[in-house]
Design a protein around this ligand. Structure first.
Ligand SMILES: C[C@H](O)[C@H](O)[C@H]1CNC2=NC(N)=NC(=O)C2=N1
Length: 102
C-alpha cells in the first residue's frame, strides 16, 4: 500500500511534535553531535530499526556529526507519516545513546 503524501498543514502539525527536526522541501532532517565512533554505532542501531519498520533514512556521518534525512521514496519522494514515525524512533535511539543536538 503506497503511503499517501501529507499536506503542508499535516507536515507542520507533525513537525511540531519533533523539536530539532527541520523540513527541507519534501524531506525532514536532523543532525546530532557525538564522537565519530559513537555516530557510527548510532547508525547501526538506526539501521536495525529501519529494517524493523521497513523505512530507511539517509545517514551522513562526518566528524562528530550524524545527519538523518528522511523522505518516502514509494510516494515519489514526498513526506508521509512513515517519515515522521521514523524520526520519533531516531530521536529515541539517539537520546538513549547520549547523542546531543548539534
Ligand atoms: C519494500 C520496502 O519495504 C520498501 O521499498 C521501503 C523500504 N524503505 C523505504 N525507506 C524510505 N525512506 N522510503 C520508502 O519508500 C521505503 N520503502
Amino acid at each position: 500500500m503506497t503511503p499517501h503524501p501529507l499536506s503542508d498543514e499535516e507536515i507542520t502539525e507533525q513537525l511540531a511534535d519533533l523539536p530539532g527536526w527541520e523540513r527541507h522541501g519534501q524531506a525532514i532532517e536532523r543532525t546530532f553531535r557525538h564522537t565519530y565512533h559513537e555516530c557510527v554505532h548510532l547508525a547501526v542501531y538506526v539501521a536495525a530499526k529501519a529494517r524493523e519498520v521497513g523505512h530507511h533514512p539517509d545517514m551522513h556521518i562526518t566528524w562528530q556529526r550524524i545527519r538523518f534525512v528522511i523522505t518516502t521514496h514509494d510516494a515519489g519522494h514526498r513526506l508521509t507519516a512513515k517519515d515522521f514515525d521514523l524520526a520519533h524512533h531516531i530521536d529515541a535511539i539517539a537520546t538513549a545513546h547520549g547523542a546531543e543536538p548539534a
